[in-house]
Design a protein around this ligand. Sequence first.
Ligand code: SAM
Length: 382
Amino acid sequence: MFAENQGIKKLLKDTITKNGPISFKDFMEICLYEPTYGYYSQKELPIGKHGDFVTAPHTSRLFGYLLAVQIRQFFQMLPDTHELLLCEFGAGTGFLAKDILEFYKDFHCKIYERIKYLIVEPLPARRDILSKGLQDHKDKLEIVDDFSKVAPFTGVVVANELLDAFPVHLIEKGDSGFLEIFIDLDHEGNLVEKAKDIRNKELKRYVETYLKDLSPGYRTEVNLEMRHWIKDFSSFFKKGFAIFIDYGYPREEYYAPYRNRGTLLGYTGQQVTESFLDFPGLIDITAHVNFSDARDWFEKNGFNIEGFCPQWAFLGGLDIEDTINKAFGRLEPFSPVLATVKSLIFPQGMGETHKVFVVSKAVEKTEEIKGFKMKNDLERLT
Ligand SMILES: C[S@@+](CC[C@H](N)C(=O)[O-])C[C@H]1O[C@@H](n2cnc3c(N)ncnc32)[C@H](O)[C@@H]1O
């Protein structure tokens, strides 16, 4: 199918030979984030219609323009500081940053003058590429490897498809309870799965709390990394709003009996695959987000949960006609540009699969959040 990623293969084999089987979570972390050979360390990140998968910023600049409308309202609700801080996590190729900055530059120059666009990107290779790609806005930009570098943070945070990219624990129900999937080597040195008793106490507690009454053979994931990330994030986030956009479900739907193969998928060349072990480091691996967990964990860490709704409703509330006009002028019926707008909003595209989840801390809201005017499904996140 494609050339092997020898670097990752060797690293995985050496690690397993030395220390024994590794959890699927550690396997996923190495495959995606190993600083030299990991999938996300590639120079040319294969996102976009000629790559492995497409995200909203790669679909249309309208996505960034609309989010900029929401972010502007958040800035207005924050204390009037000279500098307006906007921080993006997991900026990928920098398309969203570029679109938001261009929107302000062209239509709200007072915001553009005061904005500082921070990007948190742990991978050195990505930081390098982001700073080259965003040269036109270099005076507005600061790229750091860790949120602590810009703490205590007051401002707005945005993250598109960040939480789904965290490494997850893979578990499967055996005859007498859930087991954790590890990755081992067979006699010929091939990567193979090995189910083991759950030793990780945090995972064990999670399974006992939420995953009762599922049948043997049920396979799913648990994103404990998201819990750790939220805890860290909270300690550096002082005041403001944070917007997370991702595909996912409330807990009940996530662990529904019919979803007995979980949500874990690999992406390559716009196709999905479950052959994770065959292409280590060469495919994206991702799991849907459990937004009920996100709600619980943000709440425990001192955040207010502002809302949760499908992407179509959120984007639809952001002065959409005016913003489309700003992005493209008059749209011709059946034009390719109109098709990209539809894929952001229509349920057959990202409109229903992708959800928007917003939290805040230490702010007094002076008006209703624009993006939730049409719909707010927060009560579904029990
Ligand atoms: C699926 S990509 C999304 C890229 C981009 N937001 C988009 O929508 O096209 C996930 C991104 O999250 C980044 N990432 C993963 N863990 C991260 C973390 N802990 N902090 C910041 N970025 C992270 C990855 O390096 C990658 O750029």
